[in-house]
Design a protein around this ligand. Structure first.
Ligand SMILES: Cc1cc2nc3c(=O)[nH]c(=O)nc-3n(C[C@H](O)[C@H](O)[C@H](O)COP(=O)(O)OP(=O)(O)OC[C@H]3O[C@@H](n4cnc5c(N)ncnc54)[C@H](O)[C@@H]3O)c2cc1C
Length: 482
């Protein structure tokens, strides 16, 4: 398969004298300078107030809307380099967005680089390497790799961007067997604050290469990743929905059962409050349910069945499928929502999940409560997720035994209620909190100190040192910024 770089035609835009006068971007930036930027990039450039701006920077998680001063729809590494240099020259900080699945807060006043036009994907099946440009979503990698009997370490939704997910660690259904997605990164193409596009690897710039794998967007805009693919073509996986009333029995069985599983199995359990939407199957519509997710990597399906069995007789099954599935069907395990929605979320890791922890979780999100939380999920960690990467990186969270994530509607009417309830759930689990957290599941954070607290102390010191070296002026300070 050959690499295809999409070079969209720049959208034409005539600037009238009124436009020039009305260009309300960052104070002090003349419209002529914006035209200069337009002449340097292939993709479209929007400024605050332009018609196309809102669509260009639209998020998947619509709870957060970005209002940058300037947006550049990058078509490749050269556009990104030009945009970063221009931003630095004009005193603007740089934000980046691929799919909008993981906005942390409004990147107001920034120069936002959107990468969704960067759709290059090339697979070398002999070396089992994929070069993935910054706008590619996981589904394209899964489909293309499957043609060669290979796959990548995608998470619960293949609608998520490969780059953002991987820079934040990337924990998915093959994680316990193989590790974090970041552990399989071979090389990174990145534009740093000096406007240089560099290809870095363990051999060329080991310290920056260590930092960017786990340090997310703190060090520059990644234009492409080279990732190792794994020779897995199918799974035994899926999910089972149980009646919500069975939550106590299911959670207590899960906490005893999950730690006994081999590394071939990744699993999680979630209490879901389903909306009364017609699109949902009648047994789930408007109900509180428990969703058990299960993925077995291996050919011995009889063994997979045997491993799953202890969970099947714990409650009333409403519907579900666990069985053979192709790797490009992995979304069927978690069944995450696909359409954009407003979400508030926050997560943490647990060192353990004993009886008291399950009770604390049930007391705060159990089916007996009328609360506006969409999901409270517990994922099993351990296995390869608990071991260092072959080429060490900055990914935190390896000490966690379980990961907890709470999600609620991120709507203005519940702006205080949902975070208060969600944080209350995590506080109730506080006694079992691990020191580290996973960056991709941090969700709502109060600021850089909370992000820093996700990393072990030695890691955060080293990350800050790299940041001081490559981004001393804090050009990249949106998202989960340090
Ligand atoms: C439905 C859903 C399911 C998920 N499941 C999982 C899961 O199973 N496992 C897991 O680990 N995570 C999961 N996540 C979290 C997800 O990995 C993060 O939100 C990730 O940041 C999304 O990346 P994105 O590029 O798609 O989103 P965006 O909102 O476009 O980007 C989010 C952030 O990623 C960084 N980023 C994106 N592109 C670049 C770039 N080119 N250069 C530098 N930084 C960049 C930036 O910090 C940016 O602010 C899930 C999220 C959702 C909404």
């Amino acid at each position: 398969m050959s690499l295809t770089e999409l070079h969209d035609e720049p959208e034409s835009r005539t600037v009238s004298i009124e436009d020039a006068v009305l260009d309300t971007l960052a104070p002090g930036i003349p419209a002529a300078d914006v035209d200069d930027l337009r002449s340097r990039v292939h993709g479209p450039v929007y400024t605050a107030g332009d018609d196309g701006m809102a669509a260009e920077v639209a998020t998947w998680n619509v709870a957060i809307q970005h209002t940058p001063a300037v947006a550049v729809g990058a078509t490749g590494g050269a556009d990104v380099a030009a945009a970063v240099s221009w931003a630095v020259a004009h005193g603007l900080r740089v934000a980046v967005q691929a799919t909008g699945h993981g906005p942390v807060r409004n990147a107001a006043g920034s120069l936002m680089i959107t990468t969704r036009r960067m759709q290059g994907l090339a697979i070398d099946p002999d070396r089992r390497i994929a070069r993935v440009q910054a706008g590619v979503k996981w589904i394209r990698v899964l489909e293309a790799a499957a043609e060669f009997g290979l796959t990548g370490l995608c998470g619960s939704s293949s609608d998520v961007g490969v780059v953002g997910y991987t820079l934040g660690g990337g924990m998915g259904s093959l994680g316990r067997k193989i590790g974090f997605a970041a552990d399989l990164v071979q090389a990174v193409e990145i534009v740093t604050a000096d406007g240089r596009l560099r290809r870095i690897s363990a051999d060329t710039e080991p310290e920056l290469f260590w930092a960017v794998r786990g340090g997310k967007g703190n060090f520059g805009v990644v234009t492409a990743l080279e990732i190792e693919l794994v020779p897995v073509s199918s799974l035994f996986g899926g999910g089972i929905f149980f009646a919500g009333d069975d939550a106590p029995a299911l959670l207590h069985r899960f906490r005893q059962w999950a730690p006994t599983l081999p590394e071939e199995v990744s699993t999680s359990i979630a209490i879901l409050r389903m909306p009364p939407m017609d699109e949902l199957p009648p047994p789930l519509r408007g109900r509180t349910v428990v969703h058990l997710r299960f993925a077995y990597v291996g050919d011995d399906h009889a063994e997979a069945e045997r491993l799953l069995d202890p969970m099947k007789d714990v409650g009333t099954i409403l519907l579900g499928y666990v069985g053979p599935m192709r790797t490009d069907e992995m979304d069927g395990i978690h069944m995450d929502p696909v359409d954009p929605l407003p979400a508030w979320e926050k997560g943490m890791l647990l060192t353990d999940f004993p009886e008291e922890t399950a009770d604390a979780l049930l007391a705060t999100v159990g089916p007996q409560l009328e609360i506006p939380l969409i999901m409270a999920e517990v994922r099993l960690m351990g296995g390869a997720l608990g071991r260092p990467a072959k080429v060490p990186n900055a990914v935190p969270g390896r000490s966690g035994a379980f990961a907890v994530l709470v999600v609620g509607p991120g709507v203005p009417e519940l702006a205080h209620v949902v975070p208060a309830i969600g944080k209350g759930v995590l506080a109730a689990l506080g006694p079992w909190k691990a020191q580290e957290s996973m960056i991709n599941f941090l969700g709502d954070v109060s600021g850089p100190e909370e992000v820093a607290a996700a990393y072990p102390p030695a890691t955060i010191g080293r990350l800050r040192e790299v940041k001081r070296t490559v981004d001393p002026d804090g050009v990249f300070s949106f998202g989960h910024a340090l």
